[in-house]
Design a protein around this ligand. Structure first.
Ligand code: DX5
Ligand code: ZN
Length: 223
């Protein structure tokens, strides 16, 4: 298989030192993150509030690592485009929140971003296969969105396997990403199911050396 992508989530970083926290995973070689995952929460789609476009704009100035913006917000049809225009590499919206996800993907791509579609643990994949033809990434949530540090829900791996098969048979063309409860113990089963990109918050920023944690996770995913 190809090299696994690791995307540390700054949800588990120190929000007063975000620039330094990103630099901790922006070194060279194996310790370097492929993407930095930015969790945007609006206290409506999920019961938690984090950060928004002004912070993302500042982060884009401090790092050359591609930002993977995960929008856990209502009305992404209105708000997602700003993140694409700001220069986010990938902008992911929730299918449960989007009114017109096909139009949304077209708008994100036209603004120069990759378009991502996320599904919560209880959301079936089958209902959204036509929509996914317009997307560059599928973000499978492996916890209920809203908080870091929750336990991995292994049932979602069935959706990962289905998506992997659809990609490998040419029915879909996208990266399969997983988010929630990924750590040294759970990453291997996710890799085995066919994940391309692994988000990890507490497993990276809860570690003494975040860069070393990135390298260790990638190593385990590659086995
Ligand atoms: C949860 C967020 C995740 C979170 C994952 O709603 O979408 O990105 O940071 O944190 P861990 O890796 O600790 O489960
Ligand atoms: Zn996330």
């Amino acid at each position: 298989a190809h090299r696994p992508l690791i995307a540390p989530s700054i949800l588990s970083a120190d929000f007063a030192r975000l620039g330094e926290e990103i630099r901790a995973v922006a070194g060279g070689g194996d310790t370097r993150a492929d993407w930095v995952h930015v969790d945007v929460m609006d206290n409506h789609f999920v019961p938690n509030l984090t950060l928004g476009l002004p912070v993302v704009q500042s982060l884009l100035k401090t790092t050359d690592i591609p930002l993977d913006c995960h929008l856990m917000i209502e009305d992404p049809d209105r708000w997602a485009i700003g993140y694409a225009e700001a220069g986010a590499h990938n902008v992911t919206v929730h299918v449960e929140a989007a009114a017109d996800p096909v139009m949304l993907a077209k708008n994100l791509r036209a603004a120069g971003a990759k378009a991502g579609l996320s599904i919560k643990p209880g959301t079936p994949l089958e209902d959204h296969l036509e929509t996914l033809k317009h997307y560059d990434t599928l973000l499978v949530m492996s916890v209920e969105p809203g908080f870091g540090g929750q336990s991995f829900i292994p049932d979602v791996l069935a959706k990962v396997r289905t998506a992997r098969r659809l990609v490998d048979t040419g029915h879909l063309k996208l990266l399969v990403e997983i988010d929630g409860g990924i750590n040294a113990d759970t990453i291997e089963q996710a890799a085995e199911a066919g994940v391309d990109c692994f988000v990890a918050g507490s497993a990276v920023y809860g570690a003494g050396d975040p860069g070393k944690a990135v390298a260790a996770l990638r190593e385990r995913a590659a086995n």
